[in-house]
Every structure is written in C-alpha cells, then in structure tokens.
Unconditional design. Structure first.
Length: 233
C-alpha cells in the first residue's frame, strides 16, 4: 500500500473520528476507502462502549455528579476508546452547538445525558434533534425555559432556537421570537430536588398545560394555537 493511501485514510479518520494508529490505518486501507466510510456511517453495527473498565478503576463514575469533573473524564474515556468514532465526533460537534455546562447547570448527570442524546439523534433528522434539545433538562435550565410562563414569557430559549440553532439572524422578526417563546411556555423540568448524599437527583422534562399559553400565535406568517412541536416541525 502506498503512502498516499495511508495519508488519505489518516485524513478520513481525523475528520470522521479522532485519528487512528498505523496498524488501524493499514487495516482500513486493506478494507478499502468506501468500505471504511460505510463502516463509519453504520455505527449501530458496533457494540456500545463498555463502562466496566472505567468504573473498575474509577468507581465513582457510576454517578458523575458525585465528584466534579468525573462526567468530563467519563466522556474523554469514550472519545478515546469508542468503536463508533463518527458518532462520537458528531456528539462533540453538537455539544459545541448546543452548548451547556456545569458552571450553571451544576448537574453532571444531565449534561452527560445530553451527550447520549447527541449519540442517538446527532446523525438523523435535525428536527428530531431540535425537539430532543427543547425537552432536555440541561438545555431548559441553561436557557431559562423553566422561567418561561404563560403570564411571564422568557424569550431566551426561543431566541437562541431561531438565532443560533436553526434559522440564523435576518430570517425572522422580533414578533417571531416572541410568539416562538410563547409556544414553549410550560415546557419545563420537574421541581429541582436538593442535593442528596450521592449528588443531585435526576431531572426530567415536564409539560405543564396550565402554564402554557394556549392563545393564537403567529410564527413565520402562520397563525394558530402553536405549541413547541409546531414551531420545530
């Protein structure tokens, strides 16, 4: 095999993953470029990474919220050892777009749960990913949608959804931001429980019908009793 073949495969593995060893590159070259691409795109054919080794040497990672930084350590372990490099690369990409952090969320488990959603939805229909993010407790808390009420609208999530996550500046109006935000009133998280002896209790999405603005809204020229799903889909 030529150095050019190795260089081409190395480029692919850097872009679609996190690189590869020389032995791995030679094996992929022998398999063929197109076959390697198909393998990268068919991540479900590979088993998910086992947590046994990580938990054996770092037993507190069974609950990352118990020790600051262990959620990041667990994900770094996944990035290095994954058998699904493209899936993990896309998870890292989406984390850069739908950014949250423990600096505000203060709940490592929910940040890690978001990474799991990126793995599950990050290579599929973008609308489904947006819907997952709209219902994600860490994102809800990060962008204050838990403070978005029918009688007191908070536009943080609605604005970021349009400006950063989907349409981009210049493709919507301030009225669209307002009515988009109204559509997501009542999309919140279950009441936040105090810290327990092993970290925070898990958060879950909760829709409160009594806190949702069920009056007509006009979004991108369409008027109706829109809910969050209508905005995204």
């Amino acid at each position: 095999m030529s150095d050019q073949d190795i260089a081409l495969m190395a480029h692919l593995m850097r872009r679609a993953g996190f690189g590869a060893t020389r032995d791995e590159l030679e094996a992929q070259v022998a398999k063929g470029y197109e076959a390697t691409v198909e393998e990268l795109l068919s991540s479900e054919e590979h088993e998910e990474l086992s947590r046994d080794e990580m938990q054996r040497f770092h037993p507190w990672t069974w609950r990352p919220g118990t020790l600051p930084g262990m959620g990041a350590a667990e994900w770094l372990h996944d990035l290095v050892n994954t058998k699904r490099p493209l899936e993990e690369k896309m998870s890292l990409f989406w984390h850069g777009i739908f950014a949250t952090g423990v600096s505000k969320v203060d709940h490592y488990d929910d940040v890690m749960d978001m990474i799991v959603k990126f793995r599950q939805k990050g290579m599929g229909d973008f609308r489904e990913l947006l819907l997952e993010m709209a219902k994600d407790p860490a994102m809800i808390y990060w962008l204050d949608n838990n403070d978005n009420h029918a009688d007191a609208v908070n536009e943080n999530w609605g604005r970021e959804l349009l400006e950063l996550f989907s349409m981009g500046v210049g493709n919507y109006t301030e009225d669209d931001v307002r009515d988009c935000s109204r559509a997501f009133t009542g999309w919140t998280i279950e009441p936040k429980l105090p810290r327990g002896p092993i970290g925070r209790h898990d958060w879950f999405f909760e829709y409160r019908d009594e806190d949702h603005d069920d009056s007509d809204k006009t979004f991108l020229g369409h008027t109706g009793n829109h809910n969050g799903e209508d905005i995204i889909r």
